[in-house]
Design a binder for this molecule. Structure first.
Ligand SMILES: [Zn+2]
Length: 374
């Protein structure tokens, strides 16, 4: 496992690439991007809105959950740029969504936006989620539904422009999403979890083809025919960051996570606020690839010059991969498996080159954060 020389990105992340100098592509992107002035970015963004204007009332669709990024995007576009967005949210079923999750979605509606909320059938959802877990990522099905709902609505309403927050290509080192223009999001469906939005991985879909609708991502042909364009708003803002978006959104009523980082690995309690099992997913990611949510947060902060690599290492050591037993318990209850079966499955995912099992049955790292190992 190799680390980026500037941040703590690792080359075990799927579809990532380092350059000859040993820098991850997010670090090189950050350098390039900082040359653009705020005025130039806004000028470009305004031109894009004019170019893609297609609906009498709405200028674009924003895919939202009510979390820090979506709240920030919606108010920024409306209040600073005089843009009228339609918000589209594919929400979690009632037995999965957190209290903060539904309060934040209600908050977004209270802020005065038009919001379309879709809720795929909880039964199929649960089956797909369970199958996703056994294949290594329970969010695979839910994310396909989430990302598919937005272009589906865009086509129905005849709205050509879709806004998402960050580019998984440029910010999260996800090479397959990258296109020539860094804000062009039309390859979003190739990001890691949803990998092309192919549905053949799930026998649930094959057994219930008539129930697929919420999970079908419009084809490239439909994108072309309807002239759909996705853009990443992060590119157009100089002060876009996890913390800054959370701060801004909090002033507009965003509720953040109450549990502490020792239980969640979520340093500031602002990621994926609508779902508590995300900590469990981050733990699995850590055991598979050697990095977790704390690394993701801090890589961002290192690139922005707000924390030194050495200081970040200390925090990553303490919090990466943390997940309280209570989340594991409630997840097992939800998908009706025993905790013993849960751990049996996790054992299959663990990267044995990176972790060993202690006498107490805990997985401990063989590596030192920030130091390359062969
Ligand atoms: Zn880097």
């Amino acid at each position: 496992m190799k680390y980026c020389k500037n941040c703590l990105e690792v080359d075990t992340r799927p579809r990532t690439k380092f350059n000859k100098e040993g820098l991850c592509s997010a670090c090189t992107y950050k350098k390039k991007q900082s040359n653009l002035s705020d005025e130039k970015r806004i000028e470009l963004l305004k031109k894009i809105f004019i170019k893609f204007k297609s609906h009498e009332k709405y200028d674009c669709i924003i895919g939202v959950s009510g979390g820090k990024d979506s709240t920030r995007q919606a108010v920024w576009l409306r209040d600073k740029l005089n843009i009228n967005p339609l918000l589209v949210c594919c929400t979690y079923p009632p037995d999965q969504i957190t209290t903060a999750g539904h309060e934040n979605l209600s908050n977004l509606i209270s802020l005065g936006f038009d919001v379309i909320v879709s809720g795929p059938s909880p039964n199929i959802w649960k089956k797909v989620l369970k199958e996703g877990f056994f294949k290594g990522n329970y969010l695979k099905g839910p994310e396909i539904a989430l990302f598919s709902s937005v272009p589906q609505i865009a086509i129905k309403y005849g709205i050509r422009l879709i806004i998402w927050g960050e580019s998984p290509g440029y910010i999260w080192n996800n090479e397959k999403v990258k296109r020539k223009l860094p804000y062009d999001g039309n390859s979003l469906k190739y990001s890691n979890t949803i990998s092309g939005c192919d549905l053949n991985w799930s026998k649930v879909f094959l057994e219930n083809p008539e129930k697929l609708t919420p999970y079908i991502y419009p084809s490239d042909k439909e994108f072309k025919k309807n002239k759909i364009q996705i853009i990443f708003l992060e590119y157009f803002s100089n002060n876009w960051s996890v913390i800054n978006n959370a701060k801004i959104s909090s002033t507009y009523g965003l509720k953040i996570r109450k549990d502490n980082a020792k239980n969640t690995g979520d340093l500031y309690g602002v990621m994926a606020l609508d779902d508590d099992w995300v900590s469990l997913n981050q733990m699995i990611k850590y055991l598979k690839f050697g990095f977790g949510r704390a690394s993701d947060y801090l890589n961002y902060e290192i690139r922005a010059g707000r924390i030194k690599r050495d200081d970040a290492i200390k925090i990553v050591k303490k919090y990466d991969g943390k997940c309280s037993k209570k989340y594991i318990k409630s997840f097992c209850n939800y998908i009706s498996i025993s905790e013993k079966d849960f751990w049996k499955q996790i054992d299959k995912f663990v990267n044995k080159k990176l972790f060993y099992k202690s006498n107490k049955g805990e997985y401990l790292p063989k590596f030192k954060v920030g130091e390359n190992i062969e």
